[in-house]
Ligand binder design. Structure first.
Ligand code: NAP
Length: 517
C-alpha cells in the first residue's frame, strides 16, 4: 500500500513533491499551507520590481517547460502564475489545505503525528502590513504576517502520516533588525517581503535599510516615485549586469513550435552557470573574471568616484550573494537618492538617527533579509525517542544530501541544509531532492520507517567540510549563508551535476530500518 505523505508548504518544493506523487499515482498525500494561497516565497515577495535573477527557462520545473514566458528573467507575478498553472495542470490544488499550520511533528515509533491548527494569520503578500502609526513594532505586533507561532501553544488536531516532507524553504521568515526605537517610529514601516500595497510612496521621504538582492530590485522602482530615498548600506555588494529583455513574438512562436528549442536553451543557460559562475565561487579559473566584470559594471554605471568608492566591496565576490541587476546602480546615482553609510544609532519617531545626525522620513522599508539558518522553525519536530531536532541541530542544521536527518525516520527535507546555490537554479536542486525521496518510498513501504545511517551522515559531514574549504563563503564577510558562529549551513559547495549524481544513487545502503543497528 502506498504510504501516506504529509507535505508541509505549497511553494516550489512542496508543489514539486505533490506533482511527482500524483504522476506516480500516489494519491495518499496532503499539502499543508499556512498562508491563504500557494506560491511560497513568490506569494510573499510582491515588492515593486520583485523577480528572479535566474532566467525563466531554467527557473522552472524540467518536466513542465513553459513556452509562454514573456521575458528572459521572470518577474514575481509571472512566476506565481507559472506555479498556479502547474498546480492546476497536475491537479494538486485539491490536496492543498490552505490556512492550516503544522505546529508540531512527532515520530511515535512508526508514524508521524502532526499537530495542525488553523493558521494564526495569512502570510500572503497581498495582505497589507500594518503601519506603526500607533507605535507598534513593525511587523512584530503590528500584523499577523510576522507571527511565527513560536510562543503559541502547540495544541490542535492530530493527524497521522507515514512520511513527512518539509517544504518550508530557507527564506520564509523575515528578519527585522534589532535597532532601538523601532517601535516609536510614527510613520509607516514594513519588511520587503510583506509589502504594504495600501501605502502609496508617491512624494514621500523613504528609507530603505539593506542593499541585498531584494533592495536592489525594489530601489530602482520606488526611486522614481518618492520625493527622497535614503538607502542605508552597511556593507556594499558585488553587482553584475542582468541582460534582461522581453521575448518578441518570433521568439515566443519558436519556443512554442520548434521541437527541442526550449530544452536546448535551458541546457545552455544551465551549462553556462555551471561552467563559469560555479568556478568563481570555488575560487577557480573565473574568480578574477567575476571581479573584473563587477568592477567594470560599477565603473560603467557610476561616474562619481566618491560614490563608486562607497559601493566597492572589500571582500571577494560571491562571499555574499552577488546581486545581478542593471538598474540598481543607476537608481543610486539619481539626485533624489542618497547612499547612507553612516552607522544607524537609533530610530526616532521622525526618522533614522545616524552617527552624523537625523534623517527624517515618513516610511521605512526593512530590506533586511531572512532568518535563514533557523531551518524548520518555529515548528517543533521530535524524532525517535522524543529527540528534539532543535537540540540535535544546536551546532547548525545538517542533513544527508540536505534531505535526511539521523534519528528522524521517514522525514525528508526539500531545500534543506547545504542545498542553496549562489550560481544556478534552486529548482534543479528541488527536483533532485524530490527524485531521491520518490526512490525511498518503495523501500520504506516494504521495510517500515527508514532513517539515514549515522556513519553515512558523519561521512557526509566530512565531505561537506572538505569541499567547503575551497569555497569563497567562509571568510571575509557576513552573510545569510552561515550561522553566527561562521558555519555555512545553507549552501551546497559542489557542482550541481555532482548533487544530481549523488541524489540519483539508490537509497540503499545509506538508509536502514529505523532504530536498527
Ligand atoms: P539579504 O541578502 O540578507 O540582505 C539583507 C540586507 O540588510 C543586507 O544589506 C544587510 O547588511 C542589511 N541589514 C540587515 N540588518 C541590518 C541592520 N541591523 N542595519 C543595517 N543593515 C542591515 O536579504 P535579501 O536582500 O532579502 O535577499 C535574501 C536572498 O533572497 C538573496 O540573497 C537571494 O538569494 C534571495 N533573493 C533572490 C532574488 C532573485 O532574483 N533570485 C531576489 C531577491 C532575493 P549586511 O550586508 O551588512 O549584513
Amino acid at each position: 500500500m502506498a504510504p501516506s505523505v504529509a507535505i508541509i508548504g505549497a511553494g516550489f518544493g512542496g508543489l514539486c513533491m505533490a506533482i511527482q506523487l500524483e504522476r506516480a499515482g500516489i494519491r495518499s498525500y496532503t499539502v499543508f499551507e499556512k498562508a491563504d494561497d500557494l506560491g511560497g516565497t513568490w506569494r510573499d515577495n510582491s515588492y515593486p520590481g520583485a523577480g528572479c535573477d535566474i532566467p525563466s527557462h531554467l527557473y522552472s520545473y524540467s518536466f513542465e517547460k513553459y513556452a509562454s514566458w514573456t521575458r528572459r528573467y521572470p518577474e514575481q507575478p509571472e512566476i506565481l502564475g507559472y506555479l498556479e498553472h502547474c498546480a492546476d495542470k497536475y491537479d494538486v490544488r485539491r490536496k492543498i489545505r490552505l490556512r492550516t499550520e503544522v505546529r508540531r511533528a512527532v515520530f511515535d515509533g512508526s508514524k508521524w503525528q502532526l499537530t495542525v491548527t488553523p493558521a494564526a494569520g495569512s502570510s500572503t503578500s497581498r495582505a497589507p502590513q500594518s503601519g506603526t502609526a500607533e507605535g507598534r513594532e513593525p511587523g512584530v505586533t503590528g500584523g499577523p504576517e510576522f507571527s511565527d507561532g513560536g510562543a503559541q501553544p502547540t495544541t490542535g488536531d492530530t493527524e497521522v502520516f507515514d512520511v513527512v516532507v518539509m517544504g518550508v524553504g530557507q527564506l520564509n521568515r523575515p528578519r527585522l533588525p534589532d535597532i532601538s526605537g523601532m517601535s516609536e517610529f510614527e510613520g509607516v514601516s514594513f519588511h520587503s517581503s510583506r509589502w504594504n500595497h495600501d501605502h502609496d510612496l508617491t512624494g514621500r521621504r523613504v528609507a530603505v535599510i539593506g542593499n541585498g538582492s531584494s533592495a536592489a530590485q525594489l530601489i530602482p522602482r520606488i526611486a522614481e516615485q518618492v520625493e527622497h530615498l535614503h538607502v542605508f548600506q552597511r556593507t556594499p555588494n558585488w553587482v553584475i549586469p542582468k541582460a534582461d529583455a522581453t521575448f518578441g513574438p518570433l521568439a515566443k512562436l519558436a519556443f512554442h513550435f520548434v521541437p527541442g528549442l526550449q530544452r536546448a536553451y535551458r541546457e545552455w543557460i544551465y551549462r553556462y552557470a555551471e561552467g563559469t559562475l560555479y568556478p568563481a565561487l570555488a575560487q577557480g579559473w573565473s574568480t578574477g573574471l567575476l571581479k573584473k566584470r563587477a568592477l567594470q559594471h560599477l565603473h560603467d554605471q557610476v561616474p562619481d568616484p566618491a560614490l563608486r568608492a562607497k559601493l566597492t566591496p572589500d571582500y571577494p565576490p560571491g562571499c555574499k550573494r552577488v546581486v545581478i541587476d542593471s538598474t540598481f546602480y543607476p537608481a543610486l546615482t539619481r539626485p533624489n537618492v542618497d547612499v547612507v553609510t553612516d552607522k544607524i544609532v537609533r530610530i526616532t519617531p521622525k526618522g533614522i538617527e545616524t552617527t552624523e545626525g537625523l534623517r527624517e522620513v515618513d516610511t521605512i522599508v526593512y530590506a533586511t533579509g531572512f532568518r535563514s539558518t533557523e531551518f524548520l522553525a518555529p515548528m517543533e519536530v521530535r524524532g525517535r525517542g522524543g529527540r528534539s531536532l532543535e537540540e540535535q541541530w544546536q551546532g547548525g542544521a545538517e542533513a544527508y544530501l540536505g534531505i535526511s536527518v539521523p534519528n528522524f525516520p521517514n522525514m525528508f527535507l526539500l531545500y534543506g541544509p547545504n542545498t542553496n546555490l549562489g550560481h544556478n537554479s534552486i529548482i534543479f536542486m528541488i527536483e533532485c531532492q524530490v527524485n531521491h525521496i520518490m526512490s525511498c518510498l518503495p523501500y520504506l513501504s516494504a521495510a517500515g520507517p527508514i532513517e539515514v545511517r549515522p556513519e553515512v551522515m558523519a561521512a557526509w559531514r566530512r565531505q561537506l567540510d572538505a569541499a567547503m574549504e575551497r569555497m569563497v563563503w567562509g571568510g571575509g564577510c557576513q552573510s545569510w549563508y552561515k550561522t553566527a558562529e561562521g558555519r555555512v549551513t545553507n549552501n551546497w559547495p559542489g557542482p550541481t551535476t555532482l548533487y544530481r549524481r549523488l541524489t540519483t544513487k539508490p537509497p540503499l545502503p545509506a538508509y536502514r530500518p529505523a532504530g536498527s543497528g
